[in-house]
Design a protein around this ligand. Structure first.
Ligand SMILES: Nc1ncnc2c1ncn2[C@@H]1O[C@H](COP(=O)(O)OP(=O)(O)O)[C@@H](O)[C@H]1O
Ligand SMILES: [Mg+2]
Length: 244
């Protein structure tokens, strides 16, 4: 059997005044790259938060690695928008920012050892930032900071990486570099879920798409079956087909 990473079934969610997700279902297997697209306010971030366990899943189900969330937390990494991810005035070095994400797997009071340093170096190497290890996070450019935040998510060696608009507010050259890094991780076997307002960029890297349409339903489709034109049709509310 294929290695199932996440299964979402009949997920429905509403905030007190706003119905957001209605009957969303999809499954991802190891090495899949899911791109989530849809207009502002469609519910993309809400879905990410539900998967991360930051919002309660009340109707429908989300199964990760065939288990409940509390047991698999350490197998999931998360990168948020650069703009709201960190107070960059904070006087921490790149290494400290990345290393801090090892706390969750170590318990708060165990000292860091050589093995931790190795993992930090490894994670920074993956994003091409190892030589910046001792620099203050606040002294880096936006694109460099975001690469450090990706390393921070990678240091715990996640099998599933969730990214909500990871390239917002970052200069175009850095966006390309960051997308290339993420694509490489994916080719190495990491399963990725990413929302991005830049649909063409997302189409280049993803093999599955979840498209939130104007009329409140969603389509889960294989990238190979779609062209940009058909995606515009779906976004505009023309239903194409649905995979169960
Ligand atoms: N904490 C919240 N309380 C109430 N409504 C919210 C909250 N967060 C988001 N919403 C509403 O839910 C809808 C979906 O939001 P969101 O998931 O952030 O959309 P997206 O990420 O696709 O732009 C929007 O209408 C938004 O205003
Ligand atoms: Mg959002």
């Amino acid at each position: 059997m294929k290695n199932e990473i996440i299964s979402v079934e009949g997920l429905t969610f509403e905030y007190p005044d706003t119905a957001v997700l209605k009957d969303v279902s999809f499954k991802l297997y190891k090495g899949d790259f899911l791109g989530i697209i849809g207009a502002n306010g469609a519910g993309k971030s809400t879905l990410i938060k539900l998967i991360l366990g930051l919002l309660p899943c009340e109707k429908g189900s989300i199964t990760l690695f065939g288990s409940e969330f509390s047991k698999v937390r350490s197998r999931i990494g998360y990168v948020s928008q650069k703009a709201n991810s960190f107070n960059t005035e904070f006087p921490a070095t790149v290494r400290e920012v990345v290393r801090a994400n090892l706390f969750s797997s170590k318990g708060l009071f165990r000292p860091f050892g050589k093995e931790d340093d190795k993992r930090v170096d490894e994670a920074l190497e993956l994003v091409g930032m190892r030589e910046y290890k001792n620099k203050l996070i606040g002294s880096l450019s936006g694109g460099q900071q975001q690469r450090v935040f990706i390393a921070r998510a990678l240091v715990s060696r996640p099998e599933l990486l969730l990214m909500d608009e990871p390239t917002v507010g970052i200069d175009a050259a850095s966006v390309n570099e960051i997308m290339a890094i993420i694509q490489k991780l994916n080719h190495g076997g990491m399963t990725i879920i990413m929302t991005n307002h830049d649909t063409p960029a997302l189409l280049k890297v993803s093999n599955k798409l979840l498209i939130f349409c104007e009329h409140g339903y969603e389509e889960f489709v294989d990238r190979a079956e779609l062209s940009l034109e058909r995606i515009s049709d779906i976004l505009a509310g023309k239903r194409v087909h649905r995979h169960e």
